[in-house]
Design a protein around this ligand. Structure first.
Ligand code: UD1
Ligand code: CA
Length: 456
């Protein structure tokens, strides 16, 4: 049986108090709407139909070709919203699942249960319900003495007895497609808000003697809808906990899960330990046996096995196996620490490679540089890579020893095993094995050739 999904996302989200459409607010690094789309994608190959309204263009720009867009120009209720999908979906599927872009905690597992139940249901609707002590605005599920679902009553219209019901309508349904498309335009207009309520379909089916099934959500948090930034924070906390718990069960030690922020796109190897206030974001992979944090932010990085990252910020960088950084290191785009490299405190590396076993212990900057194996970059070394117009490259060959406070004025090359004295300003290439010093840097013995072509 072919399944189509409809995701409602037309509401304004007034209570977010924001210029950004509600469904574009990020949760754990991703816009809400993409959480809903990803959940739908896990259930069916059919692209979801996204009902957009407020901020339609902005939503389309973010979602791209991952959904079919249908615009609901006037928000006249959830029933009216689903009706908009009819031209796109009629005769295109056997089942239709309806979800919301502002309900990011729904899991694929729960929705699959709902769909599977509807596959076996002779009636036209299976709905998702939850039991909650705090019914906060949910429609109440009214059942008869035999336990069959009779209708959904919205909070504003419920009798005191109905208000006391604690089985609530999540608002998520799986429909028999043919039944849905022949009935969704027959929903009566509800007063006083003059809206067409999707929930009325339940009463309509029952009135015609059809059975409505319900699946109870194992965790009521799944039905949390985001209406304010308070809800957003609440939902993010739940999602973060799920992600962290998944990694702990996969062999990662997380000292304080409540203070550890791992996006769903990250992967972490066994026996790695994550200290508090660590943020792991984007396309980041971390190997086995690493120690990350505390106070660390890693985005779009590849970190190998047995690495140590302490109080540092890493972006678009690579750390090979057995490397370490920090405290207070900064790896920027294109930085690479090769196997066994060490980077101590207050260093910054951009678009540069620190070769195997190379060391850069104390406050240095490497930009557009290639540092050879086992080289030593002394405290305060700076690559002067920018002349105000262009960036230039610095090469330090294997085993070179760059003395403290050396300025490497690029483009420049320091040969294998060469040394620079403390405070040198290196403006010309240094041949392998020699020692240069001074400003500008020159070779040690008077009368011998200076470094490069400088003549005095
Ligand atoms: C709805 C259900 C309620 C259920 C609750 C769960 C109805 C009438 N009520 O109430 O029983 O307990 O969800 O959260 O369905 N939307 C559109 N276009 C519209 C109207 C709404 O796209 O014309 C979208 C909104 O952006 C929102 C969602 O549908 O994401 C829910 O709409 P809302 O009006 O907030 O319904 P609830 O009052 O939450
Ligand atoms: Ca709502």
């Amino acid at each position: 049986m072919k399944l189509a999904t409809v995701i409602l996302a037309a509401g304004q989200g007034t209570r977010m108090i924001s210029d950004l459409p509600k469904v574009l607010h990020p949760m754990l690094g991703r816009p809400l709407v993409l959480h809903a789309i990803e959940t739908a994608e896990a259930l069916t190959d059919e692209p979801p139909v996204l009902i957009v309204g407020h901020g339609a263009q902005a939503v389309q720009d973010v979602v791209g070709d991952r959904a079919v867009f249908v615009e609901q120009t006037e928000q006249r209720g959830t029933g009216h919203a689903v009706l908009q999908a009819r031209p796109a979906l009629v005769s295109r599927s056997d089942l239709v699942l309806v979800t919301y872009a502002d309900m990011p905690l729904l899991t694929t597992g729960t929705l699959r249960q709902l769909v599977d139940r509807q596959r076996e249901n002779a009636g036209p609707i299976t709905m998702l319900t939850l039991v909650e002590e705090d019914p906060r605005g949910f429609g109440r599920v009214v059942r008869d003495e035999s336990g069959g679902v009779v209708e959904i009553v919205e909070e504003a219209m419920a009798t005191p007895a109905q208000l006391a019901i604690r089985e609530l309508n999540a608002g998520v349904y799986c429909f028999d497609a043919a039944w849905l498309w022949t009935h969704v335009d027959q929903i009566p207009l509800s007063q006083p808000k003059e809206e067409y309520y999707l929930t009325d379909l339940i009463g309509m089916a029952v009135a015609k003697g059809r059975r409505v099934e319900a699946v109870l959500a194992a965790d009521p948090a799944e039905a949390l809808g985001i209406n304010t930034r308070v809800h957003l924070a609440e939902a993010e906390r739940v999602l973060r906990h799920r992600v962290n718990e998944g990694w702990m069960l996969a062999g990662v030690t997380i000292l304080d899960p409540a203070a550890t922020y791992i996006e769903a796109s990250v992967s972490i190897g066994q026996d790695t330990t994550i200290w508090p206030n660590t943020h792991l974001r984007g396309e980041t992979t971390i190997g086995q046996g690493c120690t990350i944090g505390p106070n660390t932010s890693v985005e779009n990085c590849r970190i190998g096995d047995r690495c140590r990252v302490l109080a540092s910020v890493l972006e678009d960088a690579v750390m090979e196996d057995d490397t370490n950084i920090g405290p207070f290191g900064h790896l920027r785009k294109g930085a690479r620490l090769c196997q066994g490299a060490h980077m101590g405190n207050f260093g910054e590396i951009k678009n540069s490679t620190l070769g195997p076993g190379a060391k850069m212990g104390h406050f240095s900057y490497l930009g557009d540089a290639e540092i050879g194996a086992e080289a030593n970059i002394g405290a305060g070394t700076i690559t002067c890579n920018y002349d105000g117009v262009h960036k230039h490259k610095t090469v330090v060959e294997a085993g070179a020893f760059i003395g403290s406070d050396t300025m490497l004025v690029a483009p420049v090359r320091v040969g294998e095993g060469a040394k620079t004295g403390a405070g040198s300003v290196v403006t010309h290439d240094v041949p392998a094995g020699v020692v240069v010093y001074g400003v500008p840097a020159r070779m040690r013995d008077a009368g011998e050739k200076e470094s490069g072509n400088d003549k005095e």
